[in-house]
Design a protein around this ligand. Sequence first.
Ligand code: SF4
Ligand code: SF4
Length: 377
Amino acid sequence: MEYRELGKTGLKAGVIGLGCEHLDGKPYEQVKETVSAALEYGVNIFDVFMPGSEVRQNIAKALGPRRGEIMIQGHIGSTDVNRQYDISRELPVVQRYFEDLLRTFGGYIDFGMMFFIDSDDDYKNVFETGFAAYVERLKTQGDIRHIGFSSHNPETAAKVIDTGLPEMLMFSINPAFDMLPPGENILEHFDTGFSPRLFRGLDPKRAELYKLCEHKQIGITAMKAFGAGKLLSPEHTPFEKPLTAAQCIHYALSRPAVASVLPGCRTRAEAEGAMRYFDAGAAEKDYAEVIGSVRSDFRGSCVYCGHCLPCPAGIDVASVNKCLDIARLDPSNIPPSVRTRYLSGKNECTGCGSCESRCPFGVPVIKNMREAAKLFL
Ligand code: SF4
Ligand code: SF4
């Protein structure tokens, strides 16, 4: 397992975690074998958004004394009042479900996630009621160690980050979601599928959100990296061919601020399948060809794919472009961590142009390298 810092929480999360959603309704033995497989691979972050007591208890029992080695993302406002997954902002209901979660996982939750803040109404119902104050109280009391939130909407997520309250974010990230035009509701595409006709290249609002997170040290954990399996399926993929799990994981991990991808595994075999990411070579993880096959109105923007390597000067072009994109947000206030990252890598571009001839997205790499040198040196 590789571990990355999760924004300003000061904690390190495995780059692959476990989304526990699909363990809901499964027998304890199956939960146990999936959790055991994750632990064997060094997974240290689990997402437990499910409101049902039984699945929560099964996970806690499967962890047993190893609970302390794992960081739990527990969601505040996730309920099943109507016998299915539901959102509540009514404090007595919210408290009842969250207190059950606290009891189940040893009296504390590592990341108290304000659940599903996607719309202006969600925002108001969290920040203009007693909800946010309740979450702050949980942190003061030590019931939660850090405040996070989950969202699928880049504009609302940016607004939440601007409040200064959250330290981390769980966000849905995959190439198809990132390429839907602004204004499309990604959740609708779970059922209807992704139409490639919609794609226009990476949505600038989503790209801005990732950069904002890196700038403000908001660590991201990624959900829906496989687009509910559709991106892996020859039948449902919106691209010319399906992506592999390794490509999807690599895509999410290549976005700025992303620390961890949380695939929803339901069996030991699925957990082992996700971990094959670590055996994949650079060519197997390269997603450039697949996402480069769709129409893009945003040519010239780096998608951090690494397809342009090798660079004879040893420059990690994707990494420098990522540092540059974050620095461009506010050149007079470049985060020290981003400057350090730039300075710790090779950055002396000779202008040979071999990267530009290999880049499928028309990125002006030489110009970018010069701009980066000006900003960072
Ligand atoms: S142009 Fe610069 S960044 Fe690109 S391959 Fe040549 S030396 Fe490397
Ligand atoms: S410059 Fe082009 S090939 Fe290189 S990482 Fe960026 S998008 Fe990929």
